[in-house]
Design a protein around this ligand. Sequence first.
Ligand SMILES: Cc1cc2nc3c(=O)[nH]c(=O)nc-3n(C[C@H](O)[C@H](O)[C@H](O)COP(=O)(O)OP(=O)(O)OC[C@H]3O[C@@H](n4cnc5c(N)ncnc54)[C@H](O)[C@@H]3O)c2cc1C
Length: 392
Amino acid sequence: MAKTNHIPVLIVGGGPTGLFLALSLSNLGIDCRVIEKNEAPTQHSRSIGIHPPSLELFDRLGLVKPFLQEGILIRKGHAYLNQSWIGMVGFDSLPAPHQYVLSLPQSQTETILEAACQEVDSSMVRRGVTLTSYETTQDGVRVHMQAAHGAKSTDGDVEEATCDILVGCDGKRSVVRELAGIAFNGSHYPDTYMMGDFEDTTPFGEDAMITLHQDGLVECFPLAKGRRRWVVKTAQYVDAPTEQELKEIVAHRTGFDLRQAQCTMTSSFGVQHYIAETFAKGRVVLAGDAAHVVSPIGGQGMNLGWLDGEALAKALHAFLSTQNERHLQDYSKRQRSIARQAGKRAEWNMRLGRSFKNRWVKRWMLYLFVRTPIQRVLAQLFTMQKLGAWRV
Ligand SMILES: Cc1cc2nc3c(=O)[nH]c(=O)nc-3n(C[C@H](O)[C@H](O)[C@H](O)COP(=O)(O)OP(=O)(O)OC[C@H]3O[C@@H](n4cnc5c(N)ncnc54)[C@H](O)[C@@H]3O)c2cc1C
């Protein structure tokens, strides 16, 4: 028979949200475990933008140093309309000390967070362990897990544990959310994109670049080791994009010739917006993509997960000392509101990059955004400042 362990907080999912939540909880003295179904960290670099509010959270946990050492500090971005340079958005008006967006592939971000967890407690993260089901009991949750061969299983491949609180940080297809019967409301946008990482052959150095072209957006961001991430809007979803397709679109819309640039990754993505009807049901709580999915254009999804993590750690601290579920409901209400605000900002970013017919309207819009004081507001909105300052 499977042995049953008790863990105050069990986190399902060792992505950016789950790992950060574990560190925030242990910083408050709360014992927790993370189970992650993948046996090795992801190699996919999907998310790259880390915004100043997240860097402040890392600062408070003493984590920021490795991020700054490995990432690139983006302090400004150039704006083009078709191939004409219109101006620049700088981040120097943001509150100190982090007046930049940090560029770091998600795989490295997860590696840094997991190493920090290991440093606190080498058994905090268990890889190769999948949550298969759970049931709520009178004073907690009983979970059933499957350990892959090679995972340090306590008693065979099937395990049981009880916990006071179960947190689903298990991504947009969250099993925790599904088993809790929490609806995930939203839809797909028609927008589709291709992206790829190339050797950097542009003159932009550590700056970002955005081109609004009549056929659709092109963005590019610096990556460490002399590489650059290119993202282009496409008319429809391209299943397995080739580097040639990406190079042709970039050349046509921006004039940059990537023919000689070595490519290390290409992929495509569609865009969705979903939000869970509640982030807390009894002793089951959601955070990160399990709770909300926003458009990756504007790069806010992972950062939102960290804002959830910080708020949830405080709510769990209050709940575990009072047993009052109001703390969990307050967490749900506030973070839902923040996620909806961020979703609207991301949607606005995405609409700006759609193809257009009237060049003059776009030109004036872009001119206002980068050549007038509106630039400061734009820099704030883009870098996730003041989220939660008002309710939606
Ligand atoms: C192309 C692209 C670019 C993006 N760029 C940005 C960006 O620049 N900035 C930004 O902020 N966001 C960006 N995002 C969004 C970002 O990648 C996500 O918001 C982020 O990964 C969410 O983190 P998470 O930990 O909540 O979920 P996930 O990263 O999905 O992690 C969930 C984890 O749970 C594990 N899991 C699932 N089910 C189980 C189970 N039953 N048992 C155990 N483990 C389980 C999974 O293996 C996974 O490791 C981008 C997304 C895409 C697609």
